[in-house]
Design a binder for this molecule. Structure first.
Ligand SMILES: [Fe+2]
Ligand SMILES: [Fe+2]
Length: 259
């Protein structure tokens, strides 16, 4: 099984970046599945029904989210209805949407789990015990499992990689918007990277116009944040798995928009 996981798509620029680069990646790598983190897809924060549908039209087979999942109330009903989009599983029971799913393509079944870290982020259950429960739940229902561990703390993501090693095809980190250089297959066969990065403007501060972010840091004043439009890149990983469910390789795809 081959899959591409795309880091947090930021606003319209991120969606245009995906539109510019994903078709070429699909053609070159022929992935069975493309999974996209869409937590910043709408205006830089959160996701709406319309932006989610746009990500599907651009070639996403499934969408994961993160701490901005509930920014736009209008998407709540869609999160309940659409099985291809998931928000962190360790959110309160009864919250809109679901935290895991299975998507199918050409007879292959990919299980997906979205988790939120607890360090500096709000989640009501440990992502570690949640991972245990959901990996057990998906046993026999999916040929491979990908976990999007959405977390601020590097340590929490590294720990999750070790925790699920040998039980998932891939465990990839999201949320910091900056790709880390530690992509590797862990000894048990799980492809891991601490952060995939983002698909959006590298010319800002993790997506925000740099003058605005700098003003907040320099003066501590309230500043309205807008999405930067400088230097768009696509950040993703390509994971290849063997028939036994172990990952063979994980490769970072870090690409600027040409021109
Ligand atoms: Fe994000
Ligand atoms: Fe986030």
């Amino acid at each position: 099984m081959k899959l591409i996981f795309v880091g947090d798509v930021v606003a319209g620029l991120g969606r245009r970046t995906l539109a510019a680069l994903l078709p070429g990646l699909r053609e070159r790598h022929r992935p069975d599945f493309v999974v996209v983190n869409g937590e910043n897809a709408a205006g830089g924060v959160g996701i709406t029904r319309k932006t989610a549908q746009e990500l599907f039209e651009l070639g996403a087979d499934a969408i994961t989210l993160g701490n901005h999942a509930y920014r736009h109330r209008e998407v709540y009903g869609y999160l309940d209805q659409e099985p291809r989009i998931i928000r962190p599983a360790n959110y309160p029971k009864g919250s809109p949407g679901r935290g895991h799913t299975v998507v199918e393509a050409d007879g292959r079944r990919l299980g997906l789990i979205n988790l939120s870290g607890q360090v500096f982020l709000s989640a009501v259950r440990s992502p570690f015990s949640e991972a245990d429960a959901l990996l057990a739940e998906l046993r026999g229902k999916a040929d491979a499992v990908l976990i999007d561990m959405h977390a601020e703390a590097t340590s929490e993501k590294v720990a999750m990689g070790w925790h699920v090693d040998g039980r998932a095809l891939a465990c990839v980190g999201t949320h910091t918007h900056v790709p880390t250089s530690d992509a590797r297959v862990l000894p048990g066969g799980t492809a891991y990277v601490t952060d995939v990065g983002m698909t959006g403007p590298r010319g800002g501060v993790i997506g925000v116009k740099r003058e605005q972010a700098l003003e907040r840091f320099l003066k501590l004043t309230q500043v309205r944040f807008e999405t930067s439009d400088e230097d768009p890149w696509l950040n993703a990983v390509l994971v290849e798995g063997d028939a036994d469910g172990r990952a063979r390789s994980i490769e970072q795809l870090l690409l600027p928009v040409p021109g």
